[in-house]
Design a protein around this ligand. Structure first.
Ligand code: PBG
Ligand code: ZN
Length: 326
C-alpha cells in the first residue's frame, strides 16, 4: 500500500489551524460603503430594487455615517439624487447641491473618523440621464470634461477626501487633476472608475439613483465586456493621467481583470461590486436558496483574492457586522 507523501489535510485539521493558515483575510477595513442621499426627502425611504439599501435625507446622514464608522468601515462613497436636472448638469457642481451639503455634514459630524469619497458624474444631474453632456445626438467628450472638473472642485470645496469619476470620458482624470490643482486642492485624491464596463448589472442602481439614460445607452463611453486588452489600456491611461486609485467595475464577473491589473501595474486597486451583484445575492437569500452572510463573505474574499485592495460594496455594513462578530 502506498501512502501519500504530502498531506495537505494536516493544515485543515481544526478551526484554529485553518485560521492560522488563512492567506487572504477580509476585514471591514477593506470596504467602502455607498450612500444615496436625496435632496427633496424629509426622512429616509427604502430603495425598492435594492433591498436593505435606503435613500437618505440630509438629516439622516450624520446618524447613518456614524453607524458605518462604528462598524470600522473606513470610507463612504456619496451618491446624490438632486431635485433639479438640466441640460448642463448644473446641480452636480452647485455649492449648495445635495452631495456638497452631504460632504460638509459628514465632515462636521465625524471629522476625520471616516474618509469621504464622492461620485463624480453627470447622469443623475442631466435631463438626458447621460454621464456626459449631449451635443446633437452624441455625448460630447471635451465639454463634459470641463463640467466634471467643476464637480470635483465643488466637492473638494465641501471637504471631500477622494473624488471618484465614473463618467468614462477620455481624459477625465487629467482634467480633474488639473482642476483640483489649479483650485488649490492638490491633496484631494482621485479614484477613477478606470475600467467601467457597460453592464446590465447596473439596473438596480439606475432605479435607485434616478440615472437611467433617456435615449440610447452608454455603449459609446463604457467598455465592452468582450475586451480585456482595451480595459488594460483604460487603466494605463488613467495612471498616465495621474490617478491615485484605479477601479475595475463590476467585480464578480471581472475577477480576471482585477488580477490582470495587479499583475501589470503597481497601483492601488479598487473593485466595485455593483447593484446587480448585490441584488442577485439578496434575491436568492430572500427566497431561501442561499445563506446571505456566508455567500457575501465568500464573494468579497474572492474579490480581494483576485487582487483588489478595497471593495465598494452595498454589503459593507452587513459584511462588517458579520466580520466584527467573529
Ligand atoms: C453612473 C453610475 C452607474 C453606477 C455607478 N455610477 C450606473 C451606470 O453607469 O449606468 C452603477 C453602480 C451600481 O450598479 O452599483 N455614473
Ligand atoms: Zn454617470
Amino acid at each position: 500500500m502506498s501512502f501519500p507523501n504530502l498531506r495537505l489535510r494536516r493544515l485543515r485539521k481544526t478551526g484554529k489551524i485553518r485560521e492560522l493558515l488563512e492567506e487572504v483575510r477580509l476585514s471591514p477595513k477593506d470596504l467602502i460603503c455607498p450612500i444615496f442621499v436625496q435632496e427633496d426627502l424629509k426622512s429616509k425611504i427604502p430603495g425598492s430594487s435594492m433591498p436593505g439599501m435606503e435613500r437618505l435625507s440630509l438629516g439622516d446622514v450624520a446618524t447613518e455615517v456614524n453607524s458605518i464608522a462604528e462598524l470600522k468601515i473606513p470610507a463612504v462613497m456619496v451618491f446624490g439624487i438632486p431635485t433639479h436636472k438640466d441640460d448642463h448638469g448644473t446641480s452636480a457642481f452647485n455649492q449648495n447641491g445635495i452631495v456638497q451639503k452631504t460632504i460638509s455634514e459628514i465632515r462636521k459630524n465625524l471629522g476625520n473618523d471616516i474618509a469621504i469619497m464622492a461620485d463624480v458624474c453627470l447622469c443623475q444631474y442631466t435631463s438626458s440621464g447621460h454621464c456626459g453632456l449631449v451635443k446633437g445626438d452624441k455625448i460630447d467628450n471635451d465639454s463634459s470634461l470641463e463640467t466634471l472638473a467643476k464637480v470635483a472642485v465643488s466637492q473638494a470645496q465641501a471637504g471631500v477626501d477622494v473624488v471618484s469619476p465614473s463618467a468614462m470620458m477620455d481624459g477625465q482624470v487629467k482634467a480633474i487633476r488639473q482642476g483640483l490643482d489649479d483650485a488649490g486642492f492638490s491633496d484631494v485624491a482621485i479614484m477613477s472608475h478606470s475600467a467601467k464596463h457597460r453592464s446590465s448589472l447596473y439596473s438596480p442602481f439606475k432605479d435607485m439613483a434616478h440615472s437611467a439614460p433617456q435615449f440610447g445607452d452608454r455603449k459609446t463611453y463604457q467598455l465592452p465586456y468582450t475586451n480585456p486588452k482595451e480595459a488594460m489600456r483604460e487603466v494605463e491611461t488613467d495612471i498616465q493621467e495621474g490617478v491615485d486609485i484605479v477601479m475595475i467595475k463590476p467585480a464578480l464577473a471581472y475577477l480576471d481583470l482585477i488580477s490582470m491589473t495587479k499583475e501589470k501595474f503597481n497601483v492601488p486597486i479598487a473593485a466595485y461590486s455593483v447593484s446587480g451583484e448585490y441584488a442577485l445575492v439578496k434575491a436568492a437569500a430572500m427566497a431561501g436558496y442561499i445563506d446571505e452572510k456566508e455567500v457575501t463573505l465568500e464573494i468579497l474574499t474572492a474579490i480581494k483574492r483576485a487582487g483588489a485592495d478595497m471593495i465598494v460594496t452595498y454589503f459593507s455594513k452587513g459584511a462588517a457586522k458579520t466580520l466584527n462578530e467573529r
